[in-house]
Design a protein around this ligand. Structure first.
Ligand code: IMP
Ligand code: ZN
Length: 353
């Protein structure tokens, strides 16, 4: 947190407005990071290192890679959420071998869990299995889970993501890998649905999420992330019986009723929503609506690389006085941190339903 804060860094502005004693309160809270995308959270220095070793085999020139990394370094300006997805091809190019993805995973785990003042006490890291010229989807997940398992189970676990842009066959392969690894006693605790919020027909994916749930995996779904997500799409996703929801920014009344009645935890990513412009401002963010109802929420970072945020920064947004933050009291923030810890995916037995 050394650069001067700007509008592009709302969490940094909030962080800088807090006193030392407020910061030490935030640092001391046990916090669970439940919504962090691996390839969106790689420290820039690690990507730069991977770029320096890049052979060019994947067709990107070194100049193109350097330009993309410079953009990330300066802080990305997103006009709308679709701009966000264009950041990933370069990152993917640099994490396309088992060694590179293992290096990236180690760095992400360290960035959240290690050091004198770790960002969080528990990390549920998520990633979308990718086939590359050097590895299969299964090898990709195995490389990641091997790194996750170097930490104790009470510190780190893996969620396997399915991308909305995938074919049904590819989604099925991802879920099968997650189930097989869980059944083999590996540290896979859930499946996620992510990717372009407007892509795909969710009805086609239901049976795979049913399989995951029956195998005892937790289910989290990016849902109603943009204003353009239809009620039909949202209700279809709620029929997957998720345990948690990512963002849930534009729930209509029918969806809200289900989410509230079923007490489904919402993973809240304040900086991500502000920078992707899916909320007008921090003060308009739906986190307060849910918190006032004592509905479970978990404060998360989403993608620390493009958003240049941290768990401490996200909690600073809760504590800082308006307009920089939401001005919540210490006891309220403690309650929110507890909700995050309570909504971790516990290891669950297979259900025969
Ligand atoms: P990965 O799954 O480790 O490759 O992490 C990056 C991927 O996560 C991106 O390509 C997106 O598909 C997904 N992702 C990251 N942030 C978001 C988000 O806010 N909404 C939907 N998908 C996201
Ligand atoms: Zn996300």
């Amino acid at each position: 947190m050394s650069n001067p804060p700007s509008d592009a860094d709302p969490a940094k502005v909030a962080f800088c407005s807090l006193t030392e004693s407020q910061l030490s309160i935030l640092k001391s809270l046990p916090k669970a990071e439940l919504h962090a995308h691996l390839n969106g959270c790689i420290p820039l220095a690690v990507l730069q290192q991977l770029a320096s070793e890049y052979s060019g085999e994947g067709g990107h020139t070194s100049d193109a890679i350097r330009q993309s990394l410079d953009k990330l370094k300066d802080g990305v300006e997103l006009k709308e959420i679709s701009d966000f997805f264009s950041l990933f091809p370069t990152i993917y190019e640099l994490t396309s071998t088992p060694n590179a993805i293992a290096t990236a995973t180690r760095a992400v785990l360290e960035s959240f869990l290690d050091g004198d003042s770790p960002q969080c006490s528990y990390l549920e890291l998520r990633s979308t299995p990718r086939t590359t010229a050097c590895m299969s989807r299964r090898e990709y997940v195995e490389a990641i889970v091997a790194e996750v398992e170097k930490y104790p189970a009470e510190k780190a676990a893996l969620i396997v993501s399915v991308d909305r842009r995938m074919s049904v066959a590819d989604a099925e392969e991802c879920v099968t890998i997650a189930i097989d690894l869980k059944n083999a006693g590996r540290r896979v605790v859930g499946v996620d649905l992510c990717g372009d919020p407007l892509a795909g027909d969710m009805q086609l994916l239901k049976s795979n999420f049913d399989r995951a749930r029956e195998a005892g995996l937790g289910i989290t779904l990016h849902i109603a992330e943009t204003e353009k997500n239809t009620s039909e799409d949202t209700l279809q996703l709620l029929s997957f019986k998720p345990d948690r929801l990512g963002h849930a920014t534009f729930l209509d009344d029918a969806a809200k009723k289900i989410v509230l009645e079923q007490g489904i935890c919402i993973e809240i990513c304040l900086t991500s929503n502000i920078l992707c412009k899916t909320v007008k401002s921090l003060q308009d963010h739906h986190v307060m609506y849910h918190f006032r109802l004592d509905h479970p929420v978990a404060i998360c970072t989403d993608d620390t690389l493009p958003f240049r945020n941290s768990m401490l920064g996200e909690y600073a947004l809760l504590m800082a006085e308006p307009p920089h933050g939401l001005g919540l009291k210490e006891s309220e923030i403690k309650r929110i941190a507890e909700m995050g810890m309570q909504n971790r995916f516990p290891p669950r037995p297979r259900s025969d339903k």
